[in-house]
Structures are given as structure tokens and as C-alpha cells.
Design a protein around this ligand. Structure first.
Ligand SMILES: [Cu+2]
Length: 392
């Protein structure tokens, strides 16, 4: 009976349910390196997703009517412009959740966007290298997208940045050409810099191609109010929520994309880690020789404010990077949806330090000044709970 059902579905949407998820070794090295394998696997995951969603009890969210999140470059110029306009609107809007009493303790929070930055700063050690890293950042980006739509009249969806396309030279990416339809330029080039040793990862990092303020495009005139807290070669703030008005800085750096964000990096991470505990560790560079993982690689490849572990959401590119992070997680889940959709492992403290209880899907996950606290299990499925989207 089950075989017959699968067969029937297979003719409809060519799902590969019941088959083993693909491995990197199923593809040639060339296909892994140039993205053919990644795109093939992404198609498989989408077929599985379509089959799975079609066979549920009726809900308002269907595969067909779900929001479609697109790669930045595939969005038309008008949508790109309306996206960055709405981001600027959120940065100009006063806080919506913080009370007057609270704002005394958060002098650097000046805007609705800053409430996201402050929330990420507050929760940094509870949402990285924890059981809820993927779910928390999925929800964080979801709330930001909904704010752009409901508070700032954005009619499009959250875009993502597929950095694997740009791994050879991120500074040459069309995302950063600096015209009004881009995500803003690189930072101004600061010459004569030397390598920086990063103690956390015990790695020596060459300087990138920028280093100073973003010079042109939609974000060249914005003021960042919070952070940085832990950047090298930079004056960091003395207290977490200090008011520190300054420009947005970037330092696009192929050293990171070439080592951590190639199609080979992302494909092996996605296909060769079948258990959530391995997948989430390798993804973030914990407990391996992979140091940064594809997650840390995207942050450090952008550099400047995006490299700050705490205040990185200050750069709106954070949300396009996390769109790609969530896309890869979504593909990974859908390659073996029965085993992976609700798979979690870990506690609510970074590296379980200090030790805390194993998280459960019934646990509450905090969203500070972003939104009310949420139930962890509501963010495991992009077609369930408050979510209804897929990636193109
Ligand atoms: Cu984060």
C-alpha cells in the first residue's frame, strides 16, 4: 500500500521519498565544485517538500500559495529598490516594543531595526552552538521580513545571498556594485593592513578588499547605533548596549569565501552530515577543523560589522546571509523529511557552557524586543505554524 502511494506520488511530482538522501560521493568532484550537485539536490528537496505538503490535512498554506524567497540577483530592480527602501524605513522608525523604562538600559537602541540588533546581542550565547540555532535564526529573519511588510509597506519577500556564486571574488559580486539596486558597496579600501590573528579560531586572516565605510548605494548614509562588541583592530564598545553612532563598514574577503563558502563547502556540509548534531556543528564550524563553517564564513567574508558575533544584524546583509543559511537548512531537512524535520539536539547555552538542560520542541524560545516568546517546535517546518514559504 505504501509502495503504491509512493509510486503514485512519484508520477505526480517525482519525489524520492523512501530513498536514501544523496551523498557527495554520488556526484563527480567537478559537479560538486560548480554547483551542479547542489542544484540537483535542491530540486530533489523541493520535490519531497511538494509531495509532503500536498499530502497533509488541509491548511491555508499550500506549496502553490507559499511565499517564494528568491536569490537577490533574480529579483527585478524595482523589488530590490523597494526592499532596501523598506529596510531604511525600519532603521528610521522608532522602537516599537521597548518601554520607556527599558530604553534607559539600552541607550544604543534608536530604531525598530536596533531592537533586532539588541535582541541578537542579548541572546548571542543562547542561540549559537545551541539546539535552536537554525530555528531561532529562521524565526528572527521571519519577524524582520514581516516587519518590512507590515510596518514599511514592502510587498516582496525576504531575499537571500547565495555566496557560493561569489566565492572566487565576493568584492566583484553584483550585490555590492553600489548602485541604487544593489545591497550597497564594499567598504572604502584601507591600504597597508597586515594579517590579523584570530585567537578563537587560531587562524591568521589576511586583510580584505575594503575595511572602511560603505561608500555608495542604499546604505552609505545610514548610522549604526549599537556595537561592535568583539571585532579585531577596532574600538569596541565598553558595554553591550552603548550608543556608538558610526557608518556601516564592510571588508569583502575572498579568503573566507574560498575556504568556507564554495559550492564544495556547502554541498559536503549538507550531504555528508546526516545527524542534526553533526550538521549544525560543521555548519557553524564547531568541533571540527572547519573553523568558521559556512555560517561563520559568510559573516567574516563580508567583514566589518558583519563579522561581529553579537551586533552583526546591524548590517542588513545579515538577513540575506541568514536567508541562505535557512535555505540550506531547509534543503537538508527536506532531503529526509521524516527523520530531519523535527530533529534537534543540544542545549540552550553555547557549547553547553554553562551546562543547561537538553532543549525540547515544546520549549519557549525568547525574542526579546523583536516579538513575543515562541514555541521552538513551531519553527521546524516552513509550511507550518506562523510560516508559509519556500526557496526558489
Ligand atoms: Cu546569529
Amino acid at each position: 500500500m505504501r509502495a503504491a502511494m509512493v509510486l503514485a506520488a512519484a508520477t505526480a511530482v517525482s519525489a524520492n521519498l523512501g530513498m536514501l538522501a544523496p551523498k557527495t560521493s554520488d556526484y563527480s568532484a567537478a559537479d560538486v565544485a560548480d554547483g551542479v550537485a547542489f542544484n540537483d539536490v535542491a530540486r530533489m528537496a523541493t520535490s519531497n517538500m511538494q509531495y509532503n505538503v500536498a499530502n497533509r490535512k488541509a491548511t491555508d498554506c499550500t506549496f502553490e500559495n507559499a511565499d517564494e524567497r528568491q536569490e537577490w540577483r533574480t529579483m527585478d530592480t524595482a523589488t530590490r529598490k523597494s526592499f532596501t527602501d523598506s529596510v531604511l524605513c525600519l532603521m528610521d522608525m522608532p522602537p516599537t516594543h521597548m518601554t520607556a523604562d527599558q530604553s534607559a538600559s539600552y541607550p544604543g537602541v534608536k530604531s525598530r531595526h536596533d531592537e533586532y540588533v539588541a535582541t541578537h546581542i542579548n541572546l548571542t550565547y543562547n542561540v549559537h552552538d545551541t539546539a535552536d540555532f537554525f530555528a531561532w535564526h529562521r524565526a528572527f529573519a521571519h519577524f524582520w521580513e514581516k516587519d518590512l511588510q507590515s510596518l514599511c509597506n514592502y510587498t516582496g519577500k525576504l531575499p537571500y545571498w547565495n555566496w557560493a556564486i561569489d566565492a572566487q571574488a565576493p568584492q566583484d559580486s553584483s550585490l555590492f556594485v553600489g548602485d541604487q539596486y544593489s545591497m550597497g558597496s564594499n567598504g572604502k579600501f584601507i591600504p597597508n593592513r597586515t594579517d590579523t590573528y584570530l585567537y578563537e579560531q587560531s587562524i591568521s586572516m589576511p586583510p580584505g578588499t575594503g575595511g572602511g565605510c560603505v561608500e555608495s548605494g542604499p546604505f552609505s548614509n545610514i548610522t549604526l547605533n549599537l556595537g561592535p562588541l568583539d571585532l579585531p583592530n577596532t574600538d569596541n564598545v565598553n558595554s553591550s548596549f552603548e550608543y556608538n553612532p558610526r557608518c556601516l563598514s564592510r571588508d569583502l574577503n575572498a579568503f573566507f569565501t574560498l575556504n568556507y563558502n564554495t559550492y564544495t563547502n556547502v554541498t559536503t556540509t549538507m550531504l555528508d552530515n546526516i545527524y542534526i548534531e553533526d550538521f549544525q556543528d560543521i555548519f557553524q564550524g564547531y568541533g571540527s577543523s572547519n573553523k568558521f563553517g559556512v555560517h561563520g564564513g559568510g559573516h567574516w567574508a563580508t567583514g566589518g560589522d558583519m563579522a561581529d558575533f553579537h551586533s552583526s544584524p546591524a548590517d542588513p546583509l545579515f538577513f540575506l546571509h541568514h536567508g541562505q543559511v535557512d535555505r540550506i537548512y531547509t534543503i537538508w531537512q527536506n532531503l529526509d523529511i521524516d527523520r530531519r524535520q523535527t530533529a534537534i539536539k543540544g542545549t540552550s547555552t553555547l557549547g553547553n557552557s554553562p551546562p543547561s538542560a537538553e532543549m525540547q520542541l515544546s520549549d519557549t524560545i525568547p525574542f526579546g524586543f523583536v516579538a513575543a516568546d515562541q514555541t521552538f517546535g513551531d519553527f521546524m517546518d516552513t509550511f507550518g505554524g506562523p510560516l508559509c514559504y519556500k526557496y526558489l
